[in-house]
Design a protein around this ligand. Structure first.
Ligand code: NAP
Length: 305
């Protein structure tokens, strides 16, 4: 199947997603508008990004009909080790209502639990099923959930998550989880696809200086393979995720990079180069490392509602 920027996954999600983490509200307004004008039709947001007013203004000023855009956002579940209280079901429902006010939207296309960090995650999941019934979100899913946490939902007899957003790039390919999601028809969504780049989150306070030694050995393979394909390293990393069947979410604060990142949909990586990149896997998540946790390993025992 030839995948283009407007190709849709099983739940109607465009393969090309634009993320808004680490943008101020004003940057989010500018960048979301740029991304939509450049051709992105999927915007990824979150309660925890503290910029949804800006994202909402960017969506509005881009002037694209609402039904042509796919909007994802996430509830932060709480995390006791950071002194952030767990949300119960009622609070989860109120959270999306507040987010919709900030985004100036009537509904989102996909609502996710940001990570399995709360023992109340089954109660939160039930709340998401209610939100779907009420039409405030068209689809529901999870993020940073491993096989065990998805099975908790299925074993409780609750509706299956329609998507799981996870860190996915050549250093972290989680093939077991990817196979599991494929078998269960759960749409895989990749975040932090550019984490192997030397310039990833390079600005002060963005946390890209973590695990640099771990990332170094892959540098020459990534550089040489991109040169061989005559594409940028960024476009190649995005394309690698797409060819593994993932919708890929990338973020840039710079208009020229926002446009460049859409070039990932204009070429194909031959099988021999895919295999070379696949061999870089270390199952090493990087995106949350600066905050001191791996969200997939941090799940407390679940409380059964
Ligand atoms: N669910 C979760 O737990 C979770 C976690 C992390 C991220 N996410 C989502 O996924 C989105 C993407 O992940 P991310 O923000 O971690 O990282 P990313 O898209 O993998 O990389 C962003 C970094 O790469 C740089 N960059 C972007 N395009 C580039 C290009 N063409 N050439 C060189 N450098 C480039 C950006 O710098 P400039 O901005 O300076 O261009 C920034 O430092 C987030 O915004 C968020 O929506 C979700």
């Amino acid at each position: 199947m030839k995948i283009t920027a407007s190709s849709l996954s099983g739940i109607g999600m465009p393969f090309a997603g634009f993320g808004t983490y680490q943008l101020t509200a004003d940057q989010a307004e500018f960048c979301v508008k740029e991304a939509l004008n450049a051709g992105f039709r999927h915007i990824d947001s979150a309660e925890a990004y503290n910029n949804e007013e800006g994202t909402g203004r960017g969506i509005k000023t881009a002037g694209i009909p609402r039904e042509k855009i796919f909007i994802t956002t996430k509830v932060f579940p709480g995390y006791r080790q950071w002194d952030i209280p767990d949300k119960n079901g009622v609070q989860t429902i109120e959270t999306l209502k507040n987010q919709l006010r900030k985004l100036e939207l009537d509904y989102v296309d996909l609502y996710l639990i940001h990570a399995p960090l709360s023992e109340l995650r089954l109660e939160q999941w039930q709340a998401l099923t209610e939100l779907k019934k009420s039409g405030l979100t068209k689809h529901i899913g999870v993020s940073n959930f491993g096989i065990e946490q998805i099975n908790e939902i299925l074993n409780a007899g609750l509706e299956k998550p329609e998507a799981n957003q996870i860190e996915f790039h050549p250093l972290c390919n989680r093939s077991g989880l990817t196979d599991y999601m494929r078998n269960k028809s759960i749409s895989p969504v990749a975040y932090s696809p550019l984490a192997p780049l030397s310039g990833w989150r390079i600005e002060e306070g963005q946390g890209g200086n973590v695990l640099t030694e771990t990332r170094k050995p892959s540098r020459s393979v990534i550089r040489e393979t991109a040169a061989e394909l005559h594409v940028s390293e960024a476009a190649m990393l995005l394309r690698w995720g797409i060819q593994h069947g993932y919708s890929v979410i990338t973020k840039s604060s710079k208009p020229e990079r926002i446009r460049e990142n859409l070039k990932a949909y204009d070429f194909e990586i031959p099988e021999s180069c895919m295999k070379r990149l696949d061999m870089l896997n270390r199952n090493q998540p990087i995106a949350w490392a600066a905050s001191g946790i791996n969200p997939m390993d941090a799940a407390p025992p679940v409380s059964i509602p």
